[in-house]
Write a protein that binds this ligand. Structure first.
Ligand code: MOS
Length: 731
């Protein structure tokens, strides 16, 4: 098979759906105009733990427009078939309106369905719930940890005991919420026993399977539709209780039901990045060679499900050392269940490890980059596998040069700009990009245009655009003549649109499908006596702008259109698939970065301003440079949030989240975001995907918080071992 010319891949193209989005024509879950839809508003539990003793719905039911109030008192029993897929963590998932138990503050305890949103909202405020309240446990530091997940190599205790230099550091990381612009929302409509759901989701198949399990429906009775997602960062990786509530309410009222979470409900109606307490002990020799690390990692989870994420991997493979021990414990609390949030696990671990490396460099009087270089492993010491590609050294070199690292004064509190203390910091980042089985369908029509479909999502990275790019090149068509469709469970199945997996996974299946279609056309041509390409070896033919021709002989050829017309074919079609990485893995596959930050800290007030940021990425082949740059900017902005602003605060007396709104939960705004630069190293990584990509949506956020924290130390001499790094902590 002759390699196709790459015209669209690698070009800095604008989003194919950009116009739809800026003109408001892109429809998000709550925006579908479903005939006869009525509105649902949930009533949230007002206690953090306990039992419902009574629900008085009389006033709500009398309110004009209210159709029905549903709670555990009148809800039907739902099958809630086991479903260990769909990203449900181990445990017993929350079952809406199935009993009188309250497991966390804000849990849905009733839903009011009304003909207007206003009537539903007012009706919800009229529902009187009484409780038998118990004291909730919501403080990570007071909870009782479960059994650890352990990892060990060598003898970390002995390694630490014998180390010439030792650090013992404990970090507290705040809970973060995703806060996408678009709130989670569902419209549910039953047609007999068939259910259609428009739902904000990063995984229409996962939501599809979960709904089928909860209501015990056959797979073909459920359809989930979600063509556009207004940001997700992980919050859409699972089907949340409100989606079930909407479907239940629609079934009970025999009307299509629309349910939109309020911003406040987003803080307990969907998951979050869990808070951590992370103790790290590090040992090294006097030249900075690491000998041992002991990681004690506690993270919050709910009382009913055990959520885990990739927080252990960085401590096992980022730096070379003989002795490592790790214990990762989940602490069940009276909270709703966490979920992955951009750079899940890795972002949290990297703050700890990369802050500690900075402390060690300072203690040893070594440059932080030099310390990292001295501990660069030659293979993955946890998996005992060679790295597919690992170009951290280049990231350091390029980053140091481009950022002006040589201008950094290693002595803390040595650089001033008026009343501002100025500092530079850096950190390494690593992320394990997912590679999930995926299928795609490609169809080339007689008019020379193509449609490619897969049940993935586009939460914002530009999946519509990047998949169109790879499809266009594999088919030999222009961007304009290819349409990529996603966000419908009727399309070929894919894994979740998360874990930086989509280009490697869905992209590979798209290329496979398109390659097959192209080969079908080539075969038709070379076997056809009427074709100018008759008898040309199939492997010598390429397709460009919809025209097949010999590789070295562009003059001899014909178009898809003439070929299909002559053969009286309405279309050519193929299904492609990607089966995931080889098992067992033969290579250690990670994406990397070096992130650099310059901050200024007000010497009097402790206010931190980020002045400049640079990320240098080893993320494999870059399909779409313009989208990749915007991913890096977004990741850095997210990292600034985690570093300096974001903190979900719970009142431990009653388990209520006190800053469940965008006035009190701080996220970076324009004024918080400085000049940002992103550099992607050229190259590709061919560990088990057709495109040479590594996935870049999450590695861009990993290491950002540590780089900022290290810059704050360089500026002020103050080491803050908590996130966010607040002015109060610096005073
Ligand atoms: Mo990402 S946390 O997998 O959306």
């Amino acid at each position: 098979m002759s390699p196709q010319p790459q015209a669209a891949v690698g070009a800095p193209l604008s989003r194919v759906d950009g116009r739809l989005k800026v003109t408001g024509k892109a429809l998000y879950a709550a925006e579908f105009d479903v005939d006869g839809a009525v509105h649902a508003v949930m009533v949230d539990a007002g206690i953090g733990r306990g039992r419902i003793t009574s629900i008085d719905t009389r006033d709500a039911e009398k309110h004009p427009g209210v159709l029905r109030v549903i709670s555990h008192r009148n809800a039907p029993k739902l099958p809630y078939r086991d479903n260990s897929g769909s990203n449900n963590p181990p445990g017993r998932r929350l079952r809406v309106f199935q009993d009188d138990r309250v497991l966390f503050h804000g849990q849905p305890v009733a839903v009011v369905v009304a003909t207007t949103l206003e009537a539903a909202q007012h009706g919800a405020s009229l529902v009187e719930v009484e409780y038998d309240a118990e004291q909730p446990s919501t403080d990570l530091n007071e909870g009782k940890p479960g059994e650890p997940t352990a990892y060990a190599r060598g003898d970390a205790d002995a390694g630490l005991r014998d180390a010439a230099v030792r650090l013992d550091l404990t970090y507290q990381l705040a809970r973060n919420h995703h806060n996408p612009m678009e709130p989670h929302a569902t419209i549910a409509r039953w047609d007999g026993n068939k259910l259609t759901v428009w739902d904000k989701s990063q995984w229409v198949m996962g939501t599809h399977d979960e709904i089928a399990a909860v209501f015990d429906l056959p797979a073909d009775a459920v359809r989930v539709i979600n063509p556009f997602v207004g940001g997700g960062f992980g919050s859409g990786l699972r089907c949340w209780p409100h989606t079930i509530v909407a479907a239940l309410a629609a079934r009970e009222t025999k009307r299509p039901v629309k349910l939109v979470l309020s911003r406040r409900q987003m803080y307990f109606g969907t998951g979050f990045r869990p808070s951590y307490e992370y103790r790290l002990r590090l040992g090294s020799d006097r030249r900075g060679r690491l000998s041992a690390a002991i990681h004690e990692i506690d993270a919050e989870t709910s009382s009913y499900e055990t959520f885990t994420e990739g927080v252990m991997a960085p401590g096992q493979m980022l730096y070379s050392m003989a002795n490592v021990s790790q214990a990762y414990r989940q602490v069940p609390l009276d909270v709703n269940t966490p979920i992955w949030m951009r750079g899940p696990g890795f972002a949290s671990a990297s703050f700890v490890i990369e802050s500690a490396m900075d402390e060690l460099a300072h203690k040893l009087g070594l440059d932080p980059i030099e310390l990292r270089r001295r501990n660069e492993p030659s293979e993955d010491e946890a998996k005992n596998l060679p790295f597919s590609t690992r170009r951290l050294r280049e990231c350091y070199t390029v980053g140091a040069r481009e950022f002006g690292w040589d201008r950094r004064n290693p002595r803390p509190r040595s650089t001033r700009d008026g009343n501002w203390l100025v500092g530079l910091g850096m950190a390494a980042g690593v992320y394990d990009p997912g590679r999930f089985p995926a299928e795609a369908r490609a169809r080339l029509d007689a008019d020379g245009t193509a449609v490619v479909e897969a049940a993935t999502s586009d939460m914002g990275p530009g999946t519509y655009t990047s998949q169109t790019q790879v499809a266009a090149d594999a088919l030999g068509l222009t961007m304009r003549t290819v349409t990529f469709r996603l966000g419908d469970s009727l399309y070929p199945q894919t894994g979740p649109h998360g874990g930086s997996s989509t280009m490697a996974s869905v992209g590979s299946s798209v290329v496979d499908a398109c390659n097959q279609v192209r080969q079908q056309a080539i075969k038709l041509a070379v076997e056809d006596e009427a074709s100018p390409l008759h008898g040309v070896p199939a492997g010598d033919i390429v397709v460009r702008n919809g025209r097949l021709h010999g590789k070295g002989n562009p003059a001899r050829g014909e178009t898809y259109r003439s070929l299909l017309a002559r053969h009286n074919r309405s279309h050519l079609e193929a299904r492609g698939n990607y089966t995931g990485p080889p098992t067992p893995e033969r290579e250690s596959y990670y994406a990397y970065n070096a992130t650099f930050a310059e901050v200024a800290v007000d010497a009097t007030l402790g206010l931190v301003r980020v002045r400049r940021m640079l990320g240098v990425y080893d993320a494999g082949r870059i399909i779409s440079p313009k989208l990749a740059e915007s991913q890096a900017f977004g990741g850095i902005v997210g990292g600034i949030g985690t570093a300096l602003l974001e903190h979900t605060v719970t009142d431990h007396r009653d388990g209520r989240i006190v800053n469940a709104n965008l006035a009190d939960y701080l996220v970076p705004v324009n004024a918080d975001v400085p000049e940002v630069r992103a550099i992607y190293l050229d190259g590709e990584d061919n560990a088990g995907n057709l495109l040479g990509v590594k996935g870049l949506g999450e590695v861009v956020q990993v290491g950002v918080a540590a780089a900022i924290g290290n810059a704050v130390f360089n500026a002020t001499g103050r080491r803050i071992r908590q996130l966010p790094i607040t002015a109060e902590a610096l005073l």
